[in-house]
Ligand binder design. Structure first.
Ligand code: SF4
Length: 764
């Protein structure tokens, strides 16, 4: 056994201070000596660290970081070092299961496909393509997403395709589109190595992307450390290291960001030339931020005016600035409007497209970028515009179908609406792939009712039994990371290949194989009567994707499995112009906002109303970034006498999503086996609650019980991690989403997880 550190305790490992470059540090953990190492990347967060899989006797026995990879230079966090043990879990699903007489019973793949194809056909005949829905994930590989898009959209003809990435990065993509015209992170992780200041907005980076935080820690320990601003209602590890920590009330990100912008304008911390040449809409920002004085910001957000001024002094004057945004914004009130203000801070300071100047509308899941790129997450394929017929005709040419085969009469249906359509009986077959809405969607009591309804045939593809497979009518056992080959893309556009290291257990199959077989049995054809899907394996799917992305912002045409094998991951766009990948977008100040190019025509950020093509073309920004604004409005559910606190949910460092993998890694499970409730001492004391006391948190929708942890959170807020469900047999009042609210941002359609009014009481 080799272990370079006890990572569940020593989360970030020893410091290797930055000295002009980020030193290598190879982290490793193996339980046996591997016979061989297989190149891959970690799939337990969006950082996408390069990883080698150690194999012995046909089993995964450990991992080590890849020193040559640009993302991590060999480092791995606790999830990367331990999470692989889930592959070897004894309770893997190894056979298809079909519900008969109320029980899930093993069947052959032949019978499973007969049922799946038979159901699809009968529903298509009776109700049409709008009765079929797909709810996928941020965990599949690029090749699977692209195949899913083709099969669902041009095969079945349904617009009801979305991913659980709706829950975590929908606002990232919409914020990028609203400001810059298309999805895609402008910056590079190397920007953290050289920047003068870093601002984290609602991004608990130390817990959610441990290796990125390691990179920042090494800057902070180096010779020229950046200054750090953290906006978070909790005293996180990053907040502890911050020069200025702003802790706003849940739901008040927008006025706080307007307050910062107000001071930037008042202090003339602006790049007037950049604003004039490369943006439109500055006067709207000037007007709307003008009333957000520090005193008014303090009154609404609870952040002292002096702290707002101190933060502005840093972000307004630093020669370079990197900002990151995540769920503290995306899952909260006025999500897109708030995320866009961080873009605006960078636009008015000209902080884009050069080393150390970048904004990261961060991703949550490891392959979230690919759901978005491949059209499986409510975006059109390769950042095409659903409302631009030229884009649809181009996609139809590539897929060799008539344009009308591709649903484009409305934007792709978002996840919350897909479940609503299932609830009302419009969707009759819902295929859930590699995700666990039985824990992760808001208001779980309602979700359970939908999943167990007799009116919806629920198909679940997964590797493990969980709270969702418990309600399925048909379960398809899936091969996962390490058991199949494919590519995926991290949060700074770095594409990695993950080679197959071991065989999947039992009869588990890659989702790509299942989709290919499904399409073949359904008889989906192109307009010439040839098979709709022209590829038979992952390499073929990747090659098809390269062509589909050629000339698009996310251009993979210069990438191949061969090129991705042996060295580091490579950033897109990778093409003839940038054969080794492009590090930064928008270096010339030209954005993807021209009417013929943009990915959508955008929205009114307050109402979500779509801007029509005609309206957009009338004031075509023609390559200039869009500075957009919305008035602040108070959240709809405020604390009252019965429910005096605001609930925020989030992640802990040892777990990923609903613990289907990390809960099966013994060290991670032991480090965080159960839910807990964090509240301020000042709130606990009048309720007679002490550290470790069992408490019940209750909203209008449901309740959770767990031990209290006191402190490191603003009074008035209560934090509950959302990872825990009931499938591990440790209790059934542990899912934070029993309490969350059914509602979503009007632009990104991302659910509101970060404010629900709750009561807390000690329960003995
Ligand atoms: S930071 Fe993310 S990608 Fe890297 S090892 Fe940890 S979980 Fe995996």
């Amino acid at each position: 056994m080799t272990q370079t550190r006890e990572s569940t305790v020593d989360i970030w490992g020893p410091r290797t201070p930055f000295t002009g470059s980020w030193p290598e540090r190879v982290d490793e953990r193996t339980l046996e000596e591997p016979e061989r190492w297989v190149q891959s990347a970690c799939v337990l967060c969006s950082n996408g660290c390069g990883i080698d899989i150690g194999v012995r006797d046909g089993r995964i026995v450990g991992v080590r970081g890849r020193a040559q990879d640009r993302v991590n230079h060999g480092r791995l966090g606790p999830k990367g070092l331990n999470g692989w043990e889930a592959n070897n879990s004894a309770d893997r699903l190894t056979q298809p299961l079909l519900r008969r007489d109320g029980e899930l019973q093993p069947v052959s793949w032949e019978e499973a496909f007969d049922v799946l194809v038979g159901r699809t056909r009968s529903i298509l005949d009776e109700y049409g393509p709008g009765a079929i829905g797909f709810y996928n994930t941020g965990q599949l590989f690029l090749e699977e997403y692209y195949t899913l898009s083709l099969v669902a959209e041009a095969g079945i003809g349904t617009a009801h395709v979305d991913g659980n990435t709706r829950l975590c990065t929908a606002t990232a993509s919409t914020a990028l589109i609203e400001s810059f015209g298309s999805d895609g992170q402008p910056g590079s992780y190397t920007d953290f190595d050289v920047t003068d200041a870093i601002m984290h907005v609602g991004h608990n980076v130390a817990a959610t992307q441990t290796v990125l935080w390691t990179r920042i820690l090494d800057r902070l320990e180096g010779s020229n450390p950046p200054r750090l601003v953290v906006i978070d209602p909790r005293l996180t590890q990053a907040a502890r290291r911050a020069d200025v920590h702003l802790a706003p009330r849940p739901g008040t990100n927008l006025p706080l960001l307007y307050g910062l912008i107000h001071l930037m304008i008042a202090n003339d911390h602006l790049d007037h030339a950049f604003i004039g040449e490369h943006t439109v809409g500055f006067s709207d920002l000037e007007t709307i931020s003008s009333t957000w004085t520090p005193d008014r910001v303090e009154a609404v957000t609870g952040v002292p005016a002096a702290k707002v001024e101190a933060a502005e002094e840093i972000i307004g004057t630093a020669p370079t600035l990197v900002s990151t945004v995540l769920q503290g914004v995306y899952q909260s009130w006025q999500a897109t409007a708030s995320a866009v203000q961080v873009n605006n801070i960078h636009l008015v300071r000209g902080m884009l497209g050069r080393p150390g100047a970048a904004v990261f509308q961060m991703n949550g899941q490891p392959t979230a970028q690919n759901t978005r790129e491949c059209g499986a997450n409510g975006e059109m394929v390769a950042f095409r515009n659903w409302n631009n017929i030229a884009h649809i005709e181009d996609l139809a040419r590539i897929w060799n179908v008539e344009p009308e085969r591709i649903p484009h009469w409305a934007p792709p249906t978002h996840a919350m609406q897909i479940f609503r359509l299932a609830e009302t009986g419009s969707i009759r077959l819902l295929w859930i792939m590699c995700t666990n809405p039985g824990v992760s969607l808001p208001e779980l009591g309602r979700i359970r009712d939908i999943l167990s309804s007799d009116d919806v045939f629920v198909v679940v593809s997964d590797a493990f039994p969980n709270e969702t497979t418990a309600h399925a009518d048909l379960v398809l056992p899936a091969a996962i990371w390490g058991e199949k080959t494919g590519a995926f893309t991290n949060a700074d556009r770095t594409v990695h290949i993950s080679h197959k290291a071991v065989e999947p257990p039992g009869e588990a199959r890659p989702d790509l194989d299942v989709l290919l077989e499904y399409s073949r049995r359904m008889g989906f054809k192109d307009k010439d009567g040839e098979p709709l899907v022209k590829w038979t394996d992952a390499a073929g799917a990747f090659d098809a994707w390269r062509e589909c992305s050629r000339g698009q912002p996310c251009d993979y045409s210069g990438l191949s499995y061969e090129k991705l094998t042996g060295g580091s991951g490579i950033q897109w766009p990778c093409n003839d112009e940038f054969p080794d990948g492009r590090e930064r977008l928008y270096q010339d100040g030209i954005f993807n906002t021209a009417a013929d190019v943009c990915e959508t025509y955008g929205h009114d950020l307050a109402t979500g109303a779509e801007i029509t093509p005609e309206e957009y073309r009338k004031d075509d920004p023609a390559g200039r970034a869009k500075i957009k604004v919305a008035e602040y409005a108070a959240p709809p559910e405020e604390p009252d006498a019965d429910y005096p606190f605001l609930l925020i949910t989030g992640r802990v460092v040892h777990h990923f999503h609903t613990r289907t993998k990390t809960g099966r890694a013994p060290a991670l499970d032991a480090a965080a086996p159960n839910v807990w409730v964090q509240l301020a001492e000042a709130d606990a004391e009048p309720l007679g609650i002490g550290e470790g006391d069992m408490v019940e948190v209750r909203s209008r929708r449901g309740s959770v019980r767990g031990p209290a942890r006191l402190g490191e959170i603003e009074p008035g807020s209560v934090f509950v991690p959302f990872h825990f469900g009931s499938a591990d047999g440790r209790g059934d009042r542990r899912a934070a989403n029993e309490m969350t609210i059914t509602g979503w941002d009007p632009v990104s359609k991302q659910p509101y997880f970060k404010y629900s009014a709750v009561a807390v009481e000690k329960v003995g």
